[in-house]
Write a protein that binds this ligand. Structure first.
Ligand SMILES: *[C@@H]1O[C@H](CO)[C@@H](O)[C@H](O)[C@H]1NC(C)=O
Ligand SMILES: *[C@@H]1O[C@H](CO)[C@@H](O)[C@H](O)[C@H]1NC(C)=O
Ligand SMILES: *[C@@H]1O[C@H](CO)[C@@H](O)[C@H](O)[C@H]1NC(C)=O
Ligand SMILES: *[C@@H]1O[C@H](CO)[C@@H](O)[C@H](O)[C@H]1NC(C)=O
Ligand SMILES: *[C@@H]1O[C@H](CO)[C@@H](O)[C@H](O)[C@H]1NC(C)=O
Ligand SMILES: *[C@@H]1O[C@H](CO)[C@@H](O)[C@H](O)[C@H]1NC(C)=O
Ligand SMILES: *[C@@H]1O[C@H](CO)[C@@H](O)[C@H](O)[C@H]1NC(C)=O
Ligand SMILES: *[C@@H]1O[C@H](CO)[C@@H](O)[C@H](O)[C@H]1NC(C)=O
Ligand SMILES: *[C@@H]1O[C@H](CO)[C@@H](O)[C@H](O)[C@H]1NC(C)=O
Ligand SMILES: *[C@@H]1O[C@H](CO)[C@@H](O)[C@H](O)[C@H]1NC(C)=O
Length: 622
C-alpha cells in the first residue's frame, strides 16, 4: 500500500470514529437543496443582483455563504445534473447529451445519505437519467459535426401574461413548491431521523414556444407584470455583440442554430432580458416558500439549505439565448449555502463547481466521502470552525460540453482570472482565453497574447482529462447512435429527418442536407479528428504549422510592431526557425516570419513562440 492510500485510510477511520463518538443522529443537519434550471449565477451577487429583487437569495447571502465563481460541469440540463448527482465529471459519466446520461441505478449522494440513516425525498425536476428529451434534441447532438448550418430553435421572444396580481406564472413549479412546503410541515416535522429534501424547479428556463409546433424547444421568456415590477429596467444592460466576422466559429454555429442570426431590435433584446430577470424573481420566491416553511416549523436552524442551478442562460448575450456555451451567462451558476456550522455573510471567490456538492453534502452529514469523486468538499471553506481538509479544493474547475448547438466538443478550465476554452482535439479549432478581471463581457479572446497562460492551462486540463481522446469517443458514439437510429427508421428515414425541429431550413435544400449527412457518415475518423475545415497548409508547411488563435491576427489587424506578434503553436517543437502564418478560414498564407523565441512545454504538446513578421507572400495553398 502506498503512503498516500494509507494516509487516506487513517483519515477515514479516524473520521468514522469521531462520528460514532460525538455525533448522534439528532445533531446531523437536515439537508434541503433547491435546484433551479437556467439561473445565471451572476445575478446572485453584486452588481448582477442590482438588476432584480431576489429577497430570499439575499437572505441566504446574509445568513450563509455565497460562491462568487460557481460553475456547471456541463452547460446543459441532463449532463450537468448527472455530474451533480454522481459527483463525477461528464467524461467519466459519459453523459454526452440530454439523451445519454446516467443509468437510473447510478449511485447518488442521496443514496449515501439514505444508507447513513437519512430520510430522503426528491420532488420536481430531476432529469439526470438517460432516455429523455426530444428526438430532435438528440439527433441535433449526434449530427453536430455535419457540414450544414440549420436553425433548430425557435427565435427567442418575450411574452407577458396576466396582470399586476399574477404571481403564479409557472404553475407546475408552484405546484411542486406547494408539495414541498406541505411535506416539510407535515412529514419532516414528524421524523425522528434527519432528512434530505431535493426540490427541482423548471424556472427560469424559458417556456416552449407553442406556435412552433410539438417539436419546438423553449424560446419564450414568459412573465407577468407582477414579476416585471421586481426588475430595475433602467439597470438592464444591452449586451455588446461581436460582428459575425469576429465571432469564434463554434460560437457562430451556436448563434445560427439557436436562430439568433437574424436582426433583433434593441427593444426585443431588452424585453427578453427583462423577462428573464423577472423569471428569476419568480424562482427566488419559490425558494422563499421553502425557507419560510423551514422557519415556521422551527427546522431552519437544524437544516443546511443549498440553492443552485444546472446552468445559466445567455439571455441574448453573445447573440444567443439558452446555454450550451462556456460564456459566463451559460456556465456560471448560483451557489449559496446556509445552516448550522456555516459562516454567515461570507463571499467565497474560489472557483467551485457542481461536482463539489456530492462530497459537501456527505461532509455536512458527517459521512465519509467515497473515493473516485471528481469534486471536493466545500465545508473547509464554509465552516465556522477552522476545519482542515484532507483533500483541499484545487481552485480550478472543469466544464465540458458535447451536446447540440455547438459543433465541437468544448472544454473549459476556470482558474484565477482566466477562462481557457479549448475545442475538439485541441488542434483543429482555435482556443479562447478570457481575462475575466479585465473583460467581464468575454469579447476579447487573448489566447494569442498569452501563449504561456494557454500552455499552462492546457497542460493542467490534459492532466485532468485526455480531451482529444474524449472528443474522439463522443464522435464515435454520435455516428453509431445516428446510424442505429437511421436504420431503425427504415424507409421512413427521409421523411422523419426532414421533419425534425430544423424542418424549415432542411426543406430549403433537402438534397444538400441529405448529402451532408452521407458525407459525414463516410468521413473517416482520422480525417474528422484533423477537423473538416482545418487550415490548408502551404507547400513548405512542416508539422509545426501554426493553428491561428482566433481572431487572427490578434485584434483582426496585423500589429505595426512585429514584436507584438505572438503565436500559439500546437505540436512537437519546431526544428527550423522559419514560420509561416495562414488565415484560419481561407487557408491563405498571410506572411512568414523568423522564430525569435519559443517555449516548449514538457508534458503537453504546446509550444509558444514569437515571430518577426515579414510581408505576406503569395503562395498557393495545397
Ligand atoms: C469528538 O469528541 C472528541 C473527544 O471528546 C473531541 O476531541 C473531538 O474534537 C470531537 N469531534 C467532533 C467532530 O466534535
Ligand atoms: C426561427 O425563427 C424564425 C423567425 O422567427 C421562424 O420563422 C422559424 O420557424 C424559427 N426556426 C425554428 C427552427 O424554430
Ligand atoms: C387580474 O387577473 C385575474 C385573473 O384573470 C383577475 O381575477 C383579476 O381581477 C385581475 N386583476 C386586475 C387588477 O386586473
Ligand atoms: C398539481 O399537482 C396535483 C397533484 O399533486 C395535480 O393533480 C395537478 O394537476 C397539478 N397541477 C399542475 C398545474 O401541475
Ligand atoms: C462549425 O460551424 C462553423 C459555422 O458553420 C464552421 O465555420 C466551423 O468550421 C464548424 N466546425 C468547427 C469544428 O468549428
Ligand atoms: C439586418 O439588418 C441589416 C442592416 O440593417 C440588413 O442589411 C440585413 O438585410 C438585415 N437582415 C435581415 C435578415 O433582415
Ligand atoms: C432551533 O430553534 C428552536 C426553536 O426556535 C430552538 O428550540 C432550538 O433550541 C434551536 N436549536 C439550535 C440547535 O439552535
Ligand atoms: C480513450 O477513450 C476510450 C473510450 O472512452 C477509453 O476506453 C480509453 O481508455 C481512453 N484512453 C485514454 C488514454 O484515456
Ligand atoms: C414507417 O411509417 C409507417 C407509417 O407511420 C409505420 O406504419 C411504419 O411502421 C414505419 N416503419 C418503420 C420501420 O418505422
Ligand atoms: C523538420 O522536421 C520535419 C518533420 O520531421 C522534416 O520533414 C524536415 O525536413 C525538418 N526540417 C529541417 C530543416 O530539419
Amino acid at each position: 500500500m502506498n503512503t498516500f492510500a494509507f494516509f487516506l485510510l487513517q483519515v477515514v477511520s479516524l473520521k468514522a470514529l469521531s462520528l460514532s463518538l460525538n455525533r448522534t443522529s439528532e445533531q446531523r443537519p437536515n439537508i434541503v437543496m433547491v435546484m433551479s434550471d437556467a439561473f445565471d449565477g451572476r445575478l446572485t451577487f453584486h452588481p448582477g443582483n442590482k438588476v432584480v429583487q431576489l429577497p430570499y437569495i439575499n437572505y441566504m447571502r446574509q445568513m450563509g455563504v455565497i460562491f462568487l465563481n460557481s460553475y456547471t460541469n456541463s452547460p446543459i440540463c441532463c449532463p450537468s445534473r448527472a455530474a451533480m448527482w454522481s459527483g463525477k465529471f461528464v467524461h467519466l459519466t459519459q453523459a454526452w447529451n440530454n439523451y445519454k446520461c446516467l443509468a437510473p441505478s447510478a449511485t447518488t449522494w442521496m443514496d449515501d445519505l439514505q444508507k447513513a440513516g437519512y430520510h430522503t425525498h426528491r420532488m420536481g425536476k430531476l432529469d439526470y437519467t438517460s432516455g429523455g428529451h426530444s428526438v430532435s434534441n438528440r439527433v441535433e447532438a449526434w449530427t453536430r459535426e455535419v457540414a450544414f448550418l440549420l436553425r433548430q430553435e425557435g427565435r427567442p421572444v418575450a411574452d407577458l401574461v396576466g396582470n399586476g396580481s399574477t404571481v403564479r406564472v409557472m404553475t407546475k413549479d408552484w405546484n411542486t413548491t406547494d408539495s414541498a412546503v406541505q411535506w416539510i410541515r407535515q412529514k419532516a416535522t414528524a421524523l425522528s431521523q434527519p432528512f434530505a429534501l431535493y426540490l427541482g424547479l423548471n424556472l427560469p428556463h424559458p417556456y416552449r414556444t407553442e406556435e412552433l409546433g410539438p417539436t419546438a424547444g423553449g424560446s419564450t421568456f414568459r412573465t407577468s407584470p407582477y414579476w416585471l415590477k421586481k426588475v430595475s429596467t433602467e439597470q438592464v444592460s444591452l449586451p455588446n455583440w461581436l460582428p459575425f466576422s469576429q465571432m469564434h466559429r463554434v460560437d457562430y454555429y451556436s448563434t445560427v442554430t439557436k436562430n439568433c442570426s437574424g436582426n433583433f431590435s434593441e427593444q426585443e433584446i431588452r424585453d427578453i432580458r427583462v423577462s428573464y430577470y423577472a423569471m428569476c424573481a419568480e424562482t427566488d420566491s419559490m425558494l422563499g416558500e421553502v425557507i419560510a416553511a423551514l422557519r415556521d416549523t422551527g427546522l431552519l436552524n437544524s437544516t443546511v439549505v443549498l440553492f443552485t442551478s444546472d446552468h445559466g442562460d445567455l439571455a441574448m448575450e453573445h447573440r444567443q439565448f439558452y446555454k450550451m456555451s462556456m460564456f459566463e451567462g451559460s456556465s456560471h451558476v448560483p451557489l449559496l449555502m446556509m445552516g448550522p456550522g456555516i459562516k454567515s455573510g461570507t463571499e467565497i471567490s474560489l472557483p467551485v463547481s457542481l461536482v463539489d456538492l456530492y462530497p459537501s453534502v456527505l461532509d455536512f452529514a458527517g459521512i465519509p466521502i467515497p473515493h473516485g469523486l471528481s469534486g471536493h468538499s466545500l465545508i473547509p471553506l464554509t465552516s465556522q470552525s477552522n476545519k482542515q481538509s484532507t483533500k483541499p479544493h484545487p481552485g480550478w474547475i472543469l466544464s465540458e460540453y458535447h451536446g447540440c448547438n455547438a459543433n465541437a466538443s468544448t472544454y473549459m478550465l476556470r482558474m484565477d482570472k482566466w477562462k481557457y476554452i479549448t475545442y475538439s482535439d485541441g488542434l483543429s479549432v482555435p482556443p479562447q482565453l478570457f481575462d475575466l478581471s479585465m473583460d467581464e463581457a468575454e469579447l476579447k479572446n487573448v489566447a494569442s497574447r498569452y501563449p504561456v497562460v494557454c500552455q499552462h492551462l492546457d497542460k493542467l486540463l490534459r492532466s485532468v482529462v485526455d480531451y482529444p481522446n474524449v472528443t474522439e469517443a463522443v464522435r464515435q458514439y454520435n455516428k453509431q447512435q445516428f446510424l442505429q437510429w437511421k436504420q431503425s427508421l427504415g424507409n421512413n428515414y427521409t421523411q422523419v429527418i426532414a421533419n425534425l425541429r430544423w424542418h424549415v431550413d432542411w426543406q430549403k435544400n433537402v438534397q444538400n442536407n441529405e448529402k451532408a449527412i452521407e458525407d459525414w457518415l463516410d468521413r473517416p475518423e482520422c480525417k474528422t479528428a484533423c477537423g473538416n475545415r482545418s487550415p490548408k497548409p502551404p507547400q513548405y508547411n512542416s508539422p509545426y504549422e501554426i493553428p491561428k488563435p482566433s481572431p487572427w491576427p490578434p485584434g483582426g489587424a496585423i500589429p505595426s510592431n512585429p514584436n507584438d506578434l505572438h503565436a500559439v503553436h500546437v505540436g512537437p517543437p519546431p526544428n527550423s526557425s522559419k514560420r509561416s502564418l495562414t488565415d484560419e478560414n481561407s487557408g491563405e498564407q498571410k506572411g512568414s516570419g523568423s522564430l525569435v523565441s519559443f517555449h516548449v512545454h514538457p508534458v503537453s504538446t504546446w509550444v509558444s513562440f514569437r515571430v518577426l513578421w515579414f510581408p505576406p507572400l503569395s503562395t498557393t495553398c495545397q
